[in-house]
Design a protein around this ligand. Sequence first.
Ligand code: 5AD
Ligand code: SF4
Length: 360
Amino acid sequence: MKEALQYSETEGRNFSREELVTLLSLTDADEIAALFKEAFDCKIRTRGDKVYLRGLIEISNICRKNCLYCGLRHSNISVRRYELDDETVLKEAGFAYDAGYGSVVIQGGERRDGEFISRIESLLRGIKKKGNIGITLSLGEQTDETYRRWFEAGAHRYLLRIESSDRNLYARIHPDNNLHSFDERLACLESLKKNGYKVGTGVMIGLPFQTFENLADDLLFFKETGVDMVGMGPYLEHDMTPLYEYRNLLMSGHERLLLSLKMVALLRLMMPDINIAATTAMQVLDPYGREKAIMAGANVLMPNMTDPDNRENYQIYNNKPGINDDAEITKSKIIENLESFGIRIGWNEWGDARPVDNRQ
Ligand code: 5AD
Ligand code: SF4
């Protein structure tokens, strides 16, 4: 790790697939700590020491898809489906603004009905009227036209995880039909970029059937596609999903978290100036999982703002943390946790990835 500065900081490290596999397999505690430290220092030099907050609005758990790993899948009839009304969404966006989060993420299951698309469009305009607040959408695969409409209405970032960059693994964790197409997912990422969004993607880590080679390829995929943000976290079981059957193939929770932290650190070294999220799934496996991710190179965190009544209905995996907390309590816990690690918060800042020409 000593040759740290022999590469261009903006372009980042060009690890080979083999090097990545070796680094992901590290078991020596000192070597792992050195990797995390190098990634943390790289982040401080390129992005500064602040963490940016994005208030999370879980707008609806209604989803037309049937991903084999997700508790919100269409076929899970035990979920009580909900949709927040406009007033609640605007109230939560107002909370984010007043709380100084600077930015919100509207996340929900995938829906393509005209009513939903128009509703999002008018909500975007409504939120924009509240003030200078950045808006990220995470509402799945949509048509080029829908992405364009939402962008024009004020969304400027979009999160759409590739889930796995390996098409065979993608096929094993999704049903075999044209609602769940790897090529369609790639086309959507292209369309988002073309429409002017800052594009975020990501993968799950520690999936059944997943290899270190798959994860190395995921990192190389992020770099090749030149994404602006990455949100990735450990795969977690949900007992009402088909993938639960393969839980005996999984690494321990501890190993999945450690692997996720290594993924964050390596990605930071490869793409020094992007936004990398410390995800909620990390917090499930360790109460300080997200803070540990920040110490390994992540710089974005998404405090949940959903009311406790609906939070419990938005369970993509079992044991979602903070299920009884409201937006205010979530905020104070996050501030306390970050402070205990000496991590500074970028209040009232959008925290966009630094625009760099070589990624256009
Ligand atoms: N474990 C971890 N992450 C999951 N997601 C969905 N189901 C699970 C799970 N069981 C992630 C996917 C999706 C995001 C909204 O949540 O990566 O893109
Ligand atoms: Fe729906 Fe997203 Fe869950 Fe897939 S991962 S079932 S698209 S909410």
